[in-house]
Design a protein around this ligand. Structure first.
Ligand code: OAD
Length: 265
């Protein structure tokens, strides 16, 4: 008999125990998250039924060319997403990961998400601000809640956006250039420090926990393949099919908010 609660649908007790064992034995773990970890917080994913890319075209909204053509439209979309996400809260998956990262050490959290929910979870569970930063993620795709200047690269916290016209969009307090969302768009490079940190943690990980991502977007998805090539065992938590299923040592077809607290307990 185990004290662990029954697993939610999609994970047999044996598979959950196997995943827990892989994660508990590993001295170093890289956790790789995508939009699915935030689905139970009410934030839409990108692909699949109800995904953002079913309703909106990335070419119109998430490329530098789209911003060059119509910055007002792009800002309107990001301002809408900012307001949706601002009204959401970290779920049990985010909170369990933050507690685990703080409690055991040796965990690097790498996220493709721009919703800042991992950071907010870290602030909820950490005893102080310094610990909250330690439990926060390496952010491969930037943040919905920051802007940067298209002219001088000045970066600042993003506030409310009036997308009535180009003139009302946020402008740089230093050089007057047009500000843009501080997120990585299709065709752009990932931030060098972050991708370096992600691959460094993958290279030394003995286990890789992948949560809520189809694994369709590169180079981010390479972090998981790099960890696997370096010998890490791979655990995937996702209710749907992913590009990582074939390399997973354990696949748990379950929602993050229910399953993550069980496997990192
Ligand atoms: P996707 O929308 O491609 O994948 C979301 C994954 O979450 C799918 O595999 C779903 O099955 C899974 N999922 C849904 N609900 C879940 C739940 N409750 N618990 C766990 N998993 C769940 O999103 P990403 O893989 O994150 O890029 O997309 C990668 C990148 O593509 C994003 O970072 C974004 C997007 O274009 C940029 O913004 C640059």
């Amino acid at each position: 008999m185990s004290d662990a609660p029954d697993p939610p649908d999609g994970g047999t007790g044996e598979a959950v125990a196997g995943a827990r064992d892989i994660l508990a034995r590993a001295t170093r773990v890289v956790v790789f998250t995508g939009a699915g970890v935030s689905a139970e917080s009410g934030i839409p994913t990108f692909r699949g039924a109800g995904g953002l890319w079913k309703t909106f075209r990335p070419e119109d909204l998430a490329t530098p060319e789209a911003f060059g053509r119509d910055p007002r439209l792009v800002w309107e979309w990001y301002a809408w997403r900012r307001s949706v996400v601002a009204g959401c809260r970290p779920n049990e998956g985010h909170l369990a990961l933050a507690r685990w990262t703080l409690g055991r050490g040796g965990v690097t959290l790498v996220s493709q998400n721009v919703d800042d929910l991992h950071e907010r979870a870290a602030r909820v569970v950490a005893p102080d601000a310094e610990a909250a930063v330690r439990a926060g993620p390496v952010k491969l795709h930037g943040s919905l809640f920051h802007d940067h200047c298209t002219r001088c690269a000045h970066r600042q916290a993003g506030g409310a956006v009036d997308a009535t016209s180009v003139a009302t969009l946020p402008h740089c307090p230093g050089c007057g250039g047009l500000m843009r969302p501080d997120v990585v768009w299709f065709g752009e490079m990932l931030p060098a420090g972050e991708i370096e940190a992600a691959f460094a943690s993958a290279a030394e990980a003995e286990a890789c926990l992948v949560i809520g991502t189809t694994g369709a977007v590169y180079p981010a998805a390479s972090v998981v393949h790099a960890a696997r090539s370096a010998g890490a065992r791979v655990v995937v938590v996702d209710p749907g099919p992913t590009e990582f299923d074939e390399i997973a040592d354990v696949k748990l077809c379950a929602r993050a908010g229910e399953m993550v607290p069980l496997v990192v307990a």
